[in-house]
Design a protein around this ligand. Structure first.
Ligand SMILES: Nc1ncnc2c1ncn2[C@@H]1O[C@H](COP(=O)(O)OP(=O)(O)OP(=O)(O)O)[C@@H](O)[C@H]1O
Ligand SMILES: [Mg+2]
Length: 339
């Protein structure tokens, strides 16, 4: 079984080819970071236009490298949501049209299901597990019982962790996207030089909040007297310790036998080390994606598509004229996948 995966939910154009027998056969990623950097954030219209430019050459390159013709595919999986609507529609249009032409099924994949399955690209493991999903748009603790059966246990009530990294990096005058730049700066910072709050740790429940932390950084920066590297280190420590403690509580509450960490912030070395330590203490195995598959990519969408195809959920939807149905959902709660 071979599935092509297409990811276009935000500012990365990702295409990958996966086989149930041989794993990942080829993958390509085009990042639009440089295009958006001058604006300090993603410009949706520019993102959509660039996906249009990049997609077909990437599809061709991936199929060539995998030595597969489109008609030999079993399905095309594409990110159906959530994300920027225009960006999603470019991927949906290309995927649905190619699938229609090659007479194969097309599968809309939930972007967050892609993220949380990404560690399985490194090796098989079983459901159930607890997921800490920490990306640019989401910070969630999810009890994953089976494919498509996801219970949201807690989430950030304001900024996502990645968003907080990016906004704090901006305050410190670092470029966009700021998460990796802030993490690099933090390695030069001194531990304990500045103390920042651990938001919502004094409250029960698994919800989190990161916008106050950004304000605390702003106050410290305005007051002056702190080296930027010390501020970066204090911020990273506060976010990591908060996430580790909430994840520890979620493991206890859910009795999940394993932990999966996914999304762009899962690439953060301090967070990884903290989560690994906590999981070791609890005797729970922890699975991370490889660094390049933490952020958006086509491989995770191809994998999620393959799993869904194996579970028997493909669609061949055509409209009244027999043409492909092009649909995408900007908002799509993970819990709606059930049933
Ligand atoms: N080493 C790192 N340390 C901290 N944050 C990081 C690191 N690497 C990436 N990030 C952050 O990860 C985020 C991007 O991750 P990802 O691509 O998963 O998010 P997204 O796709 O924009 O959001 P979503 O998947 O929720 O729609 C950015 O906010 C970026 O700053
Ligand atoms: Mg993402």
């Amino acid at each position: 079984m071979k599935v092509l995966g297409i990811e276009t939910s935000c500012d990365e154009t990702g295409v990958a080819l996966i086989s149930d027998r041989d794993g990942l056969l080829a993958h390509r990623l085009y990042s639009q970071t440089d295009l958006h950097a001058v604006y300090g954030g993603v410009v949706p219209e520019l993102a959509s236009r660039d996906h249009v430019r990049r997609l077909l050459p990437l599809v061709r390159a991936v199929l060539d490298e995998g030595g597969v013709h489109g008609r030999e595919l079993d399905a095309i999986a594409y990110t159906g949501g959530p994300g920027l609507l225009g960006a999603l529609l470019t991927g949906a249009a290309v995927a649905r049209s190619l699938a229609w032409g090659w007479e194969i099924p097309a599968l809309p994949v939930h972007h967050l299901e892609g993220h949380l399955l990404a560690p399985m690209l490194e090796g098989e493991f079983e459901f159930p597990f607890l997921v800490l999903l920490v990306s640019g748009g989401h910070t969630q603790l999810i009890h994953a019982r089976a494919l498509g059966d996801y219970e949201l246990l807690g989430e950030s009530i304001d900024d996502a962790a990645g968003e907080a990294f990016d906004k704090t990096a901006k305050l410190l005058g670092l470029g966009y996207p700021g998460g990796p730049a802030l993490a690099r700066l933090a390695t030069d910072g001194r531990a304990g030089a500045l103390e920042l709050p651990r938001p919502m740790l004094d409250r029960p429940g698994l919800d989190m909040s990161f916008s106050g932390l950004k304000t605390a950084v702003l106050t410290a920066v305005r007051k002056g007297g702190h080296a930027p590297a010390d501020v970066a280190r204090a911020f990273e420590a506060a976010v990591s310790e908060t996430l580790v403690e909430k994840t520890r509580r979620a493991l206890k509450q859910s009795h999940a036998p394993a932990l999966v960490v996914a999304g762009g912030v899962a690439a953060n070395a301090t967070l990884r080390a903290g989560l690994e330590r906590m999981a070791r203490e609890r005797g729970v195995p922890v699975h991370f994606p490889r660094a390049e598959f933490c952020t958006d990519n086509g491989a995770m969408i191809a994998l999620a598509g393959l799993r869904r195809l194996q579970a028997g959920c493909a669609s061949r939807a055509v409209d009244a004229d027999g043409g492909p149905v092009i649909q995408a959902r900007a908002r799509w709660p993970l819990a709606e996948l059930a049933g």
